[in-house]
Every structure is written in structure tokens, then in C-alpha cells.
Design a protein around this ligand. Sequence first.
Ligand SMILES: [Zn+2]
Length: 293
Amino acid sequence: MVKYKPIYEVKLAGNEIGYIDDKKEFESTIVAQIENYKSKNVYNVEIQEKPEYALKLVSRKQETNEDEIVMAMQKDMIITYQYFDIYIGEEKISSVDTLETAQEIVNEIKQKDETADLKIIECETQDEMELPENTLETAKEEVYKKLNLIQEEKIRIEKTTINGIKLAVLPVQGTITSRYGVSSRIRSSNHTGLDIATAKGTPIKVAASGTVTCAKYSGSYGNLVKIDHGNGVETWYAHTSKMNVTEGQTIEAGEIIAEVGSTGNSTGPHLHFEIRLNGEHINPEEAYENIEK
Ligand SMILES: [Zn+2]
């Protein structure tokens, strides 16, 4: 009776980890494991140490342990996962599992708006926890949400832009007490600006960069500061209690040019904010209300 059988001893990184009967079958099991990983976001599977096999004659009673060896090898694998980020401009908006999903989202948006600045960035991680959990729908929702915000912001900026001059800084915050165009018993003509009531002494910031063209007492306007922003656009700040600028001075958007007061034809502390385009007053309300608070 034969007491011995040929069997493969398997070593991993120099350590004996067990015995297998069939080398070919064992290797195909390892390949199957790798294929199994590949089905879920896996970009690459790397076995750090290749198993070494040594054919030995061992006792017929020696048992094999393929499953344990496979498990040991799994622990040793370096798995690189792949996912895809969707960017709008330079900002990452969403992440998805596959390139196909990312492309489906980008293509759908591009069909509606070919100017949308979208791109897909391929990413890799060895940490499964970092993989995105987004579905196509949730990712799409994130991208559309951001695009809508960008669109709203664009519209807001357009509303604050007069003939190419962007009014970026709110002169004062307060209560609107008189709108543009309304008639009043204290004025001979219709209202040429917007009245914003707030405490006396509140600093008034210039809405955009420009040059001071007037900083003096000016009849019913009281202490009046006029700023020329170029392109025929001027902003006027009236009834101020104190003026901090002088004619000819250049100023940056947001600089404090005066303080709220009640000089001239005024019944209480407020800023009369006026916008002039080529010398004519225009309705400043939409611009004022859309300047970022
Ligand atoms: Zn007014």
C-alpha cells in the first residue's frame, strides 16, 4: 500500500501557508477572485507576492486547504478602485462609479447647453470607503442644482451691471422708504433715486470703483458725493452727514466715502442712492436689490 502522495506545498513571501492538490485549479480560483473584484469598480488587483509551489511527496493523510490559502492571498491583494468626478469649471460637483454614468450625465447636459463647462476626471483609491454612493439620479440632481445656482448668479450679476459696470458692493443696508419714480409733496419732481433709511453716521460704501466727481453741498441733495465709474455710469450718494472723499480722488469698490445723514431736502437720516447713465437718472432698484448682501 502506497503511503505517500504528490502534493503542492504553497509558500507566500517565503512562508509555507498550506497544501493544494491541483495547481491549475488553484490558480484559476485566484483569477476568478480577481475577476470578481473587477466587477465592482475595481481598476486593478495586484498580488504583492506571487505564490511559490513545491511539489512534495507527503503522507496520504495530509489534507489540503485551498480555501484558507485563497483567503490568505486575498488579504495580500492591493485593490485599486476607480471612480469618476464630475467638475463644473474647477469645482468638483459629484462623483459616480463608472465612466458611462459620468458621460451620460455630461452628454445630457451638453445637449441642453453646449456652453456648460463640464469635465470628467478619472480618480483612483485603494480605500473602498472613498467610493461614491451616488446613483445616476442623485449625481445628476447635484450637477443640475449647481448649474441652476450658477445661472441664478449670472442673472443676479447681470441685474447689478449697468452698461458694463458691475455694482458689487451694497452702499448701505436699511429700509427702503421711497422708490424710484414716485411723487412726493416734499419734492417738485418724481423721485430720481432710491431712499434707504438707516441710522445717522452709518458708513456709506461706494458700489464700484471710480473717480469722485463731486463731494460738496448741492441744494436739495444736501452733501452729495458723485462717483464716475466710466462707460457713462455714475452713482450718487445724497443727504450725507459727512463726506470722506474729495473731488478727483480715485476709489476702490467698497471704500467708505461718506456717512448717512439728513442734509438738504430730507425728513430723516437716509441715503438717497441714484444711478445715472449718460447723465440721465435710471431706476436703481433692481441693481440695488441684487447686490450681494
Ligand atoms: Zn431720495
